[in-house]
Design a protein. Structure first.
Ligand code: GCO
Length: 419
């Protein structure tokens, strides 16, 4: 009986998120700022290579103070955003002090509102001049990105503690170089492998640069990571092929990149972007089948977001548990849903928070939860259709309306408990 009540007390205690937990939402420059005319996405949009053009997006470059006021009203104490390299360096070597100043002001605005900035340095876009030289397929071009990292870190170090060097390296390399969906729209396994390796090397070097600058400035150490896109790989049927496919996909898509960086001691925490499940049903022994084939039979159906992705909160729990062995804090740097049904959005958020809390109760050190996204925005090759925002954006008028799900999340943030 004693054991039981002790367990209950312990549980009651733990059924709450800690007081110093980070709560926030994320955006990325090209998806919200509008007018990013010097990057490779804008160029592809101009050439009609994509479904829709980002144009003025959410006009967040101008409207960020009002957007941050909304985030504050919703109780957020952190905010993730990205710095647009093509604004800082629109032409090779031509650094724009007023663009750097803009991001200084963004950070000052966040801090004034009590929100910790989480700064991403690469979120899928590149300056046109960089991509025209060969972009991430050329290892020699790392130096350009690293020079940008050096400049930005030197300018912002005093105000920033949390850095994300590269957002979803594998999603970027596969969409841009294997699936041909994103600029430069290539379909080559060889280029994909090169780009992936290049991004890993670049992170390692960027990590060291950022740390060196903090040391030189005598500042307390920063916390630097990537945002890794992790998927829950589940099998339809327990066949040997499926089990092998699950093993390989976990290794290759979820853990390989992280482990590479860990071996070089260049992750201070693990940034996790989690959205969905990948249901495996492999018919053949070939590499293609083992690595790519998904279930087409609608086995084990689940609720879906408006892009058809499975909603699978338990996958987050399982992944968090599997990260425990690395013994590093985990930061959920993205988790979210695009849907026209705001009740479903709230269910999605609540269930993912429940699974997060469970993992925390089992010893996973989760530092915070960042929802994707603060605003409805430009969802890359899918255009403006999918609506991920806590805040609805009416694009013709740029009017913001806070969704009910955002208010419910605000109550959780306030009390620390899931209602
Ligand atoms: C990504 C990015 C975001 C997306 C979000 C929804 O994961 O692709 O980090 O830019 O918009 O994930 O797909």
């Amino acid at each position: 009986m004693l054991g039981f009540s002790f367990f209950r007390c312990y549980n009651a205690l733990m059924n709450k998120f800690p007081q110093d937990f980070f709560w926030g939402a994320a955006t990325s420059s090209h998806q919200v700022e509008g007018g990013n005319i010097y990057n490779d996405w804008w160029q592809a949009e101009e050439k009609h290579q994509l479904k829709e053009a980002s144009l003025s997006a959410c006009e967040h470059y101008k409207l960020y103070p009002q957007d941050f006021a909304i985030a504050k009203e919703l109780g957020h104490n952190c905010h993730r955003f990205s710095i647009e390299w093509s604004r800082i360096e629109p032409r090779e070597g031509d650094f724009q002090p007023q663009a750097i100043q803009h991001y200084r002001q963004v950070i000052a605005e966040l801090k004034a509102k009590g929100m910790e900035p989480v700064v991403t340095l690469h979120h899928f876009t590149n300056p046109v001049w960089f991509s025209e030289k060969g972009g991430w397929t050329n290892f020699k071009l790392q130096k350009y990105f690293l020079r940008f990292v050096e400049k930005i870190t030197a300018a912002l170090a005093a105000e920033v503690k949390y850095w994300i060097t590269i957002n979803e390296p594998l999603v970027y390399s596969s969409h841009a170089y294997l699936l041909g969906a994103w600029p430069p729209k290539q379909c080559s396994l060889w280029q994909t492998a090169k780009v992936t390796l290049n991004l890993a090397q670049t992170h390692i070097k960027a990590y060291r640069i950022i740390h060196r600058i903090y040391r030189e400035k005598g500042l307390p150490g920063p916390l630097v990571s990537i945002a890794a896109n992790l998927q829950a790989f589940e099998i339809c049927r327990p066949t040997l092929k499926n089990k092998l496919a699950r093993y390989l996909r976990n290794k290759l898509y979820n853990f390989y990149f992280i482990e590479l960086l860990l071996r070089k001691k260049t992750l201070d925490y693990i940034g996790v972007n989690y959205y969905s499940r990948n249901l495996i049903d492999t018919r053949h022994w070939g590499v293609r089948s083992l690595l790519l084939e998904t279930c087409q039979e609608n086995h084990h159906p689940l609720r879906k977001n408006s892009l058809g992705w499975d909603i699978y909160p338990h996958g987050l729990y399982k992944l968090l548990i599997s990260l425990k062995k690395y013994n590093l804090p985990v930061f959920i740097t993205e988790n979210g849903i695009c849907t026209g049904d705001d009740d479903l959005r709230w269910d999605y958020i609540r269930e993912h928070l429940e699974e997060t809390l469970r993992a925390m109760e089992e010893g996973v050190r989760v530092a915070g939860y960042i929802y994707w996204s603060l605003l409805d925005n430009f969802e890359w090759d899918k255009g403006f259709g999918p609506r991920f925002g806590l805040v609805h954006v009416d694009y013709p008028t740029q009017k913001r309306s806070i969704r009910e799900s955002a208010r419910k999340l605000a109550e959780v943030i306030k009390s620390g408990a899931i209602i």
